[in-house]
Ligand binder design. Structure first.
Ligand SMILES: Cc1ncc(COP(=O)(O)O)c(C=O)c1O
Length: 436
């Protein structure tokens, strides 16, 4: 462990040991199209000043979280970003909207601020926010067309295969699901019409990792775009763009917002054309994030770094506790040394986060535990300050069906926990009494 690492140290064997928190801020060189920038700069206020600052000149993560896009409002000096609750904007003359603002489905200043902030945190050139994580993922898919083929992880958040299989196949999209924890499986599945590889890492709920850099190298060679869902780690612990991803998607509902009080989704882009295309999807399809929800994320993200450090610290302690409990059959957490990809976790992530899945042995055991918890809140979702506990087989992954779940190893006895930032001893005591 580096001397200056803010992470707590663990010593016991099979413990959630520390991996060094590097600054993880490398953004790869901009691939903006100058033509697009010039064409749009006067019309779309979001497309000005979108070159990422070179890493060497950039302030640190927390400084950017608090200041990028969060500058005081020029008219009054309001330190908090205002919520621009308007559907339209006055035009001074015909065809002369002020600073490009015409109609709120197309642009809204609060939304612009959030998009600037999230692009900065992920090291992208621009970001586009949507009404939910699923709306963001759907927006990415609209960048492709019928007949296009997508290679994706076989253990994604259950809503994603539901969108792919039950909606998009109806528009002749084709999907192949593979175990992306082996990069060679991705390469094998790529065909002539493959346009996108879609990866979630760590996976939900099995916490398997995919090697983003290795998959990005395959995608570059095969001229296929790589999209990474970074919801579980947040940009604080994992920087997919620096590792070669073309786009990053989040459910901002989770760690970015962090307070379980709003839905949202974001796509962070590495190219101006992607941002243009997605901006057009916002305007054309309209699944944009409301100014109030944007403000909630802007507020939440200011404390992202400190929250993630506490989530991670609590996550390690809870994983250690579960791993040593005689009623827990197995624990899935990348910070445990016996996680099969522990070494990759240390290389690719700068913390292990707070998402843990554990095996109780049966549906009855899981149900009993979930009925008895008091501090942990039984509910779907994750990434809030409160510890959320859920049952993948009947909740997030119910749509996969029994066979689908069995095929990827999700059992009825599995319980997933999103460890919050309460006092960790209280979380552990609660789980102990519930397991007891
Ligand atoms: C990893 C991941 N991606 C995407 C989503 C979808 O996000 P939302 O619920 O905001 O639509 C979820 C939801 O749980 C998720 O866990």
């Amino acid at each position: 462990m580096k001397k200056d690492s803010p992470l707590p140290q663990n010593t016991r064997a099979r413990r959630a040991t520390d991996c060094v928190r590097r600054t993880g801020e490398g953004a790869r060189a901009s691939t903006n199209s100058p033509r697009d920038g010039a064409r749009r700069a006067t019309r779309d206020p979001r497309l000005s000043n979108q070159q990422p600052t070179p890493k060497s000149q950039r302030p640190g993560f927390s400084t950017r979280a608090i200041h990028d896009g969060q500058e005081p409002e020029p008219l009054t000096g309001s330190v908090g970003v205002p919520i621009y609750a308007t559907s339209t904007y006055v035009q001074d003359e015909l065809g002369k909207p002020r600073q490009g603002y015409e109609y709120a489905r197309v642009t809204n200043p609060t939304r612009d601020r959030l998009e600037k902030n999230l692009a900065s945190l992920e090291g992208g050139v621009a970001a586009r926010v949507f009404a939910s994580g699923m709306a963001a993922i759907n927006a990415i898919c609209t960048m492709y067309k019928s007949g296009d083929h997508v290679v994706c992880g076989h253990n994604l958040y259950g809503g994603v295969p539901r969108l792919f299989n039950q909606v998009l196949t109806g528009y002749a999209f084709q999907f192949t699901y593979v175990d992306t924890s082996e990069a060679k499986n991705v390469e094998r599945a790529i065909q002539k019409n493959t346009r996108m590889v879609y990866v979630e890492t760590p996976t939900n709920p099995l916490m398997a990792l995919s090697d983003i850099a290795a998959i990005a190298e395959i995608c570059r060679r095969k001229k296929v775009k790589l999209v990474v869902d970074n919801t579980f780690m947040s940009p604080f612990f994992q920087q997919p763009i620096a590792l070669g991803a073309d786009m990053v998607v989040h459910s901002t509902t989770k760690f970015l917002n962090g307070h379980s009080d709003g839905l949202g989704g974001v796509v962070v882009c590495t190219r101006q054309e992607q941002a243009e295309q997605l901006g057009f999807v916002q305007k054309a399809a309209g699944a944009i994030l409301s100014p109030f929800e944007c403000w909630l994320v802007l507020r939440g993200v200011k404390t992202l770094a400190v929250r993630m450090l506490q989530h991670d610290s609590n996550g390690r302690r809870v994983a250690d506790f579960l791993a040593s409990h005689n009623k827990v059959k197995s624990v899935f957490y990348p910070g445990l040394k016996d996680h099969p990809q522990y070494e990759l976790a240390c290389r690719q992530m700068t913390g292990f986060g707070s998402m843990i899945t554990f095996e109780t042995g049966s549906l009855a055991n899981a149900a009993r535990l979930l009925k008895r918890v008091r501090v942990c809140t039984l509910g779907e979702s994750l990434g809030g300050v409160e510890t959320l506990i859920s049952h993948p087989a009947t909740m997030t992954h119910a749509a996969l069906g029994e066979k689908g779940r069995a095929a990827i190893g999700i059992t009825d006895g599995m319980v997933r926990i999103s460890v919050g930032i309460e006092d960790v001893d209280d979380i552990i005591a609660d789980l102990n009494q519930a397991l007891g």
